[in-house]
Design a protein around this ligand. Structure first.
Ligand code: FMN
Length: 214
């Protein structure tokens, strides 16, 4: 390696971002930070990195969009037969990472991942713009396609097929819910003395708070 990049080697000393009281419930805490990210115009605060692990034990990652969060977990939508879908069906665990740059904040979530009920996927699919529905219908996500033209042709074919009628949700497209058992909030602070607050789900199903060395 010729040289190390140090473009992010700055101090995290923004005023007003000192240690704050964390709520007892991590989902309340997440919602608070999410709202902060929205308020501070963080670009795509809902974009999260999803890690999965396949049969060979090799991790893979990609960005997906958070579509809902509550005490039951974090919901996103995808193709169940995509690479991530296949890995989640096989392995059942996932990890999410949010990075809210302007706020020097990261949130890491680990949990079980399960499909959401079909009626919920139907409801969300029908709320999407028709173009997104067409693309979801026509795309065999993560499979090899010979050309862009072929994909566009398949989208046109789907458009013709459903002219004047609602596009049904493809059976292989829907939501997953990541049900957390570990959530870590990282707040960048001066002199690399960052805060790391972890919520760990205990055996009695209550959240235990821990602080980690940065
Ligand atoms: C900003 C952004 C948002 C995305 N949102 C989604 C999403 O919500 N669902 C999805 O399936 N793919 C989404 N993607 C595409 C995925 O990153 C990925 O390319 C795709 O899901 C295939 O991943 P896989 O082959 O690992 O299954 C998004 C990509 C970006 C850059």
């Amino acid at each position: 390696m010729k040289k190390f990049f140090n473009r992010s080697g700055k101090e995290y000393s923004s005023p007003g971002r000192n240690y704050e009281r964390f709520t007892a419930d991590p989902i309340d805490q997440f919602e608070k930070w999410f709202e902060d990210a929205v308020k501070h115009n963080v670009e795509m605060p809902d974009a999260m990195h999803l890690s999965t692990v396949g049969k060979e034990g090799r991790p893979s990652g990609r960005i997906v969009l958070l579509k809902g969060v509550d005490e039951n977990g974090f919901v996103f939508f995808t193709n169940y037969e995509s690479r991530k879908g296949r890995e989640l069906e096989y392995n059942g665990y996932g990890a999410l990472t949010f990075y809210w740059s302007g706020l020097h904040r990261q949130v890491r979530v680990e949990g079980d991942v399960k499909r959401i009920p079909e009626v919920e996927s139907d409801r969300y699919f029908s709320s999407r713009p028709r173009e997104s529905q067409l693309s979801a219908y026509a795309s065999e996500q993560s499979r090899v396609i010979e050309s862009r033209e072929k994909f566009e042709e398949e989208v046109r074919f789907t458009e013709e097929k459903f002219k004047g009628v609602a596009i049904p949700r493809p059976a292989e497209w829907g939501g997953y819910r990541l049900i957390p058992f570990w959530i870590e909030f990282w707040q960048g602070r001066s002199h690399r003395l960052h805060d790391r607050i972890v919520y760990k789900l205990d055996e009695d199903n209550s959240w235990k708070m821990l602080r980690l060395y940065p």
